[in-house]
Design a protein. Structure first.
Length: 209
């Protein structure tokens, strides 16, 4: 019995080591391409909160939920970015209304790659939102979304050219000059209907260009 338990423990260690090795290789590949991590997997260093949502690190992931009485809020980088490529791996607990802010200067001057399910007009995660203009590009294909698992959102901003990919499928390709630089962030929307929501971020990388 002891030998069997030791054998199981050895196999588990090998599996975990292999997984860590694959993660380290992926991280090294991104770093060689000029990407830097925005979330360190341990704490909120490099980030600042706005509003009354709750932001914390759990099991190595960045988590956002509503605050008391369904309060909203945002989490922003302390640094600003102009032209860049960003990649973010996340999952959502539904119903959810969230998104990745970018070039955020103010509530009226920003863009957001949405994480949502919208009824009118019908659109899904990957939709590109601009305050005052509503949706400037819409993902109408719900099958692109892994509703219960991990998704990867990629955003590229170069001048007024904005592009978004969801799980390797392009969902936005537009030109808009509302904002030319600003912070990266995440949103937690207000409202009782979104009370159970959680936005869970595994990793987020950025490459200034």
């Amino acid at each position: 019995m002891v030998r069997r338990l030791l054998a199981i423990a050895c196999v588990a260690t090998l599996i975990l080591s292999a997984g860590c090795g694959q993660t380290n290789k992926a991280d090294s590949a991104l770093a060689r391409q000029g990407f830097v991590k925005l979330f360190n997997g341990a704490d909120l260093t490099g980030w600042e909160t706005s509003g009354n949502a709750k932001w914390f690190v759990e099991d190595g992931n960045l988590v956002g939920t509503q605050g008391d009485n369904f309060a909203p809020g945002d989490l922003f980088t302390t640094q600003t970015y102009k032209d860049f490529i960003l990649t973010c791996t996340y999952r959502a607990v539904w119903p959810c209304n969230s998104g990745i802010w970018f070039r955020y200067q103010s509530p009226r001057k920003a863009f957001q790659a949405d994480i949502l399910e919208w009824k009118n007009p019908v659109c899904y995660s990957g939709t590109l939102y601009c305050p005052g203009k509503m949706f400037i590009a819409m993902n109408e294909d719900k099958d692109l979304v892994n509703r219960d698992g991990w998704n990867t959102m990629k955003v590229q901003a170069l001048g007024d050219h904005l592009q978004v990919w969801l799980n390797d499928r392009q969902v936005a390709d537009v030109h808009d000059d509302t904002s030319d630089s600003g912070k990266i962030g995440f949103q937690v929307h207000p409202g009782k209907e979104f009370g159970p929501m959680r936005i869970i971020v595994k990793e987020i990388w950025i490459k200034p260009i």
